[in-house]
Design a protein around this ligand. Sequence first.
Ligand code: DQA
Length: 150
Amino acid sequence: MTTTMNVLVLHGPNLNLTGFREPELYGKKPLADIDADIQRLAAELSIDVRILQSNHEGVLIDTIQEHRKWANAIIINPAALTHYSYALRDALVSVRLPVIEVHLSNVHAREEFRRHSVVAPITIGQIVGLGDQGYLLALRALRATETVTP
Ligand code: DQA
């Protein structure tokens, strides 16, 4: 029997507008539908997920800290915070959990400032440019590699 794994999924600033905001970059699917797909796959993979979107750096940091003991891993799309938030990066390092960074768009094919992630060096991997499938691939990768910390 597969053991249950706990995964915290975080969406950063402005991702609440996914589906409406620049759909040519971020896709037409609303965040609620993306989250439903994440929940569905997680259930199939015996993963217990908690999902939060926030436009506030501090709320994301508080949530990471609060889930320090509960979570086995974190999947995060830090949105624009990716490119400059040392506070978010430090929070992710502090909790000593495996982190996968997801971006809906191909950040490397866009403006120069989006090519740099302050979060990427502390992650186990990054999935970019595959739209909302990125979250699902991240779940599968966590389950397949069993990157579970005790
Ligand atoms: C994003 C890419 C970021 O550069 C941008 O600020 C976002 C979304 C993405 O998912 O492609 O808000 O993280």
